[in-house]
Every structure is written in C-alpha cells, then in structure tokens.
Design a protein around this ligand. Structure first.
Ligand code: 4AD
Ligand code: MG
Length: 477
C-alpha cells in the first residue's frame, strides 16, 4: 500500500520531503503544470513535471479529468498563486479520461447544465465546496444536540400515517397496480399489501418523535422526508432532509430559544470550520450576481450576511402583528404582491415572508400564533380559540427555514381538532396514548436541512445543495 497524503494536509506539511498525492487533473498547462484536486479542499496542488524525464505516451494521458498518482518532493513554489508545489519524480495514470468526450471542460459551466450531469458534480469546485459545507452542517447538528444531551431518534421512513394531515404522501406498495386485489365494495384491498395495510413514505418524523420525547425527554431526528407536492420552486424538493427536535416540558418560548440558538450555533460552526469553501462560494456568488440587475443583487457578501444573522436577536412577533405590517406595506397598497393581503386569516406566501425579513425588519424573524385554519392539527390552541402556538422562522433569501409549535397535550382538545380536520382518529390511537398516559406540555420544530445549506452556501436553487435532487418529473440517478 502506498502512503497517500491528502492535498488538504500537504499545504501544511514540511517541505523538502517526499510525498505521494492522488487526485483528478483539473488543468494541465504548458506540458508542465498540473492543477491536481482530490476533493479534500477547494485548493488545487500544483504538480510540476519535468518533461525530459516523463515518456511521451504518459504525457499525452495527462488530461482534464484523468486520475493520477504523483510522487515527488514538496518545495516552496516559484510561481504566483500557491505557497508550495510538488516537484514530480514519478507519475502514474490511475484512470484515463478522454478529453474529447469528458463533459467537464476547464471552463465555467451553468448550474443548469451541471444538474443534468449531477453524477459528475462532485468533481467541480462549486459542488465539492457545497457538499463539504453540507457535511459540516450535518456534523454540527449532531454535535449541537449531543452536547446538550439530546437523543438521536430514528423515526420510521415507511409509515401508515400522514404526520402533517396534508395528503402529500408517496404511496409504498408491492401490489400489482394493473390488477390490485379488491375488497367487496370495489376498493383496493390493502390487507393483501406487503404490510397488510396502506403505507406511505413519511412526510415528517414528528409524531413518532413526540412518542420518544414523552419518555426520553429530549430527542431529535435527522432523516429523509418525502412530499408529493407539485411545487416547482427553488425552495422545494420531493425528497429532503429534516431535523426535528422534540422536547418534553417545553413551551413555545423555550422552543423559539432552542431554534434561534441552534441556527446561530450552526452558522457559526461552518463560518469557523469551512472558511476556504465559504470564501470560494462568496466569490462565486459575486460573479453570478454580476449577471443580475442591480436591484436583485444581495446587499451583503455571503460571509458578512452570515455574521449579520448571528450577531443580533431574531425579531419575534405574532402573525396578527405581521398581517398589520403587511396590510399597510407599500407593495401591498400598490398591488405589487402577487397575493394581496386584505384580511386576517390569509396564508402568508413567500413574497410576504421575504418582505418582512428583507425589507421591514432586515433580519431573521420568528412569526408565532397563526390562525388555526392554516396550521396542522397537532398545534396547541391558544386561549382565544382562534390561533395556535405555531412558530415559523423566516430567513433572508429563503423565507421559511423552520416550522414548529408547542403541541396540543390535552386529550380532549386534540381529539376535537383531529375530528374537525378529518384526521383518521382510529388509526392514530397510538399517538393519542401519549395524551392519555402522563401527558405533559411539549414542543418541537422541523428545520429543512437543504434550506439551511442553501442559506449558508448562497446557492439560489435548492436542487444544487443536495446530491441528487428529486422534484416533479425528475428522479435521475
Ligand atoms: O413546516 P413543515 O411542514 O413542518 C413539519 O413538517 C413539522 N412536522 C415540523 C415539526 O414541528 N417537527 O416543515 C418543516 C421545514 C420547513 O420549515 C422547511 O424548511 C422544510 O421543512 N420543508 C421543505 N424543504 C424542502 N422541500 C420541501 N418540499 C419542504 N417542505 C418543508
Ligand atoms: Mg411549514
């Protein structure tokens, strides 16, 4: 086995010593200078070849995309742009790459084009940076909760319930769709299906998370969730990852504090641990925004925006207060919103959320106490009987990044809401047991992982922050 040094490590390794590096050729200039990348860092290592000592056949095989192994001495670099370089003594081609057909040329490709070749995206600067940041955020999430004594809980992926009651589930079945078994009334007989009942992919791990919190005290989930909603936007995926903490003895204010602490911790964590990648992504964003009209460009460079969000308290206000602000806002009066806000009860669209965050308050906002009609069945009713203890955290450029609530822990109240909202009570008896036996106040929320990655990396489309995006009409790879 050859001892390989990762390129990230070589930049801080002692010079005048021998190393072997392996990676993919990004560019090859003047038959002499290879820019080599192995994915460990955004920076390429310059590998310098002595044309005399390398045979012509091998030289021809050093093309963009080829995988090589290079052995040589690390020296202070003569040229500009890098501190050290590897003076190559032996070079081996590990995998050829025909430059004529390799889709990734050493030039800027559009994100749309790269999405079509998502299997090669990890080879690019932008996507390797995004996926390293995505990893760091995932690690930071586990660290945040572990350090605070939360238990990582695995809610099931295949379930028989609809946690949000919104009917946006992907069905899971092994029945023959051409000729499914029928019950006497002509309906499909799911008793004959694999699980003996109708099942679907989970839309949220919350309900099973609540079961855990009412025993383990404080838990979080971090897993894939699936929604068959026909949303073709830059913020929706059909398969996305969600982090759902759930805490016994928590009220809405505790819940808001946890959400704010967590977001600030995570943004700070990547700011500290992904400096090079974020600097690269900031520069990328500046370049991308040069193509946009002045008024659509962001006001702050990426790193400054991240800092700005963690340095001040998030604005907290009720839905009712927000409606007043929106009703009297200039874009509302001038008919600039696609959906005009004219009365209390209106559901907020992303244009309204972004107005509050980006124009009115100019910082992250937590909206609470929404009308019960526009929120899920499990939220605790306020004393006015009109609003529920919901909270949405709204972020600049993103809109809703977190949705959560204090839960309705009173058996009678919960039953009433479930009946009113046509939630199949018989199938959810297990959930109601928590309210029958030792029920306590509790609260939790769901953070959309890809929306967080989007915010931190400054990528404008959610399809560019998950390796293989699933959206209506697309499940490639
Ligand atoms: O607001 P949502 O629907 O809330 C829940 O699912 C609750 N069960 C959470 C809880 O209280 N435990 O979703 C939570 C978050 C949203 O704020 C958003 O960030 C993200 O999940 N999200 C999506 N992200 C990408 N694509 C989609 N289609 C999303 N739908 C929701
Ligand atoms: Mg929501």
């Amino acid at each position: 086995m050859i001892h390989r040094t990762r390129i990230k490590d070589i930049f801080s390794a002692p010079t005048s010593q021998s190393y072997t590096v392996m990676g993919w050729v990004r560019t090859f200039r003047n038959n002499q200078f290879i820019a080599l990348n192995d994915g460990s860092t955004i920076s390429n290592l310059q590998v310098v070849i002595d044309m005399e000592s390398i045979d012509q056949a091998t030289l021809k095989r050093i093309t963009t995309g080829a995988a090589i192994s290079a052995h040589g001495t690390l020296i202070q670099s003569q040229g500009k742009g890098q501190s050290v370089e590897l003076s190559c003594e032996t070079l081996e081609i590990l995998g050829d790459c025909d430059a004529e057909v390799y889709p990734l040329q050493p030039k800027r490709h559009s994100l749309e084009f790269l999405r079509e070749i998502a299997h090669l995206r990890p080879r690019t600067n932008t996507f390797s940076a995004v996926f390293r940041v995505r990893h760091a955020l995932a690690y930071g999430i586990h660290k945040f909760f572990n350090d605070r004594g939360f238990v990582y809980w695995h809610s099931p992926i295949i379930t028989g319930s609809d946690a949000e009651g919104a009917g946006e589930m992907f069905q899971v079945t092994t029945l023959n769709l051409l000729n499914p078994p029928k019950a006497e009334d002509g309906s499909i007989n799911f008793k004959k299906d694999f699980f003996g009942k109708s099942t679907n992919l989970t839309v949220s791990g919350q309900l099973e998370g609540e079961l855990a919190a009412l025993g383990l005290g404080q838990i979080y989930t971090f897993g894939p969730t699936f929604r068959a909603e026909n949303s073709n936007t830059s913020r929706h995926l059909a398969e996305f990852w969600m982090i759902e903490p759930e805490v016994a003895f928590f009220d809405l204010e505790d819940n808001m504090n946890l959400a704010e602490d967590m977001l600030k911790y995570l943004i700070n964590y990547v700011s500290e641990n992904c400096k090079e990648d974020l600097a690269f992504l900031e520069q990328r964003l500046i370049e991308e925004e040069k193509q946009k009209p002045q008024n659509e460009r962001s006001e702050m460079p990426l790193l400054e925006k991240l800092k700005f969000c963690i340095e001040q308290p998030f604005e907290r206000l009720t839905y009712t207060e927000a409606i007043e602000i929106l009703k009297n806002s200039t874009p509302n009066k001038k008919g600039k919103f696609q959906y005009t806000i004219d009365a209390w009860g209106a559901d907020l669209q992303s244009e309204h959320e972004r107005y509050l965050v980006e124009k009115h308050f100019n910082k992250p906002v937590i909206l609470t106490n929404y009308p019960k009609e526009i929120k899920a069945f499990y939220m605790k009713m306020d004393d006015d009987g009109k609003t529920v203890r919901a909270m949405d955290v709204l972020f600049p450029g993103i809109g809703e990044i977190i949705g959560g609530s204090q839960r309705e822990e009173r058996y009678g109240h919960l039953m009433k809401r479930m009946e009113e909202m046509h939630i199949p009570v018989e199938e959810m008896d297990w959930f109601l047991d928590t309210r029958r036996f030792g029920s306590v106040p509790h609260a939790g929320f769901g953070l959309g992982f890809e929306r967080l990655v989007q915010f931190v990396t400054g990528m404008s489309n959610i399809r560019d922050v998950i390796p293989f995006p699933r959206f209506p009409g697309n499940a490639e790879f």
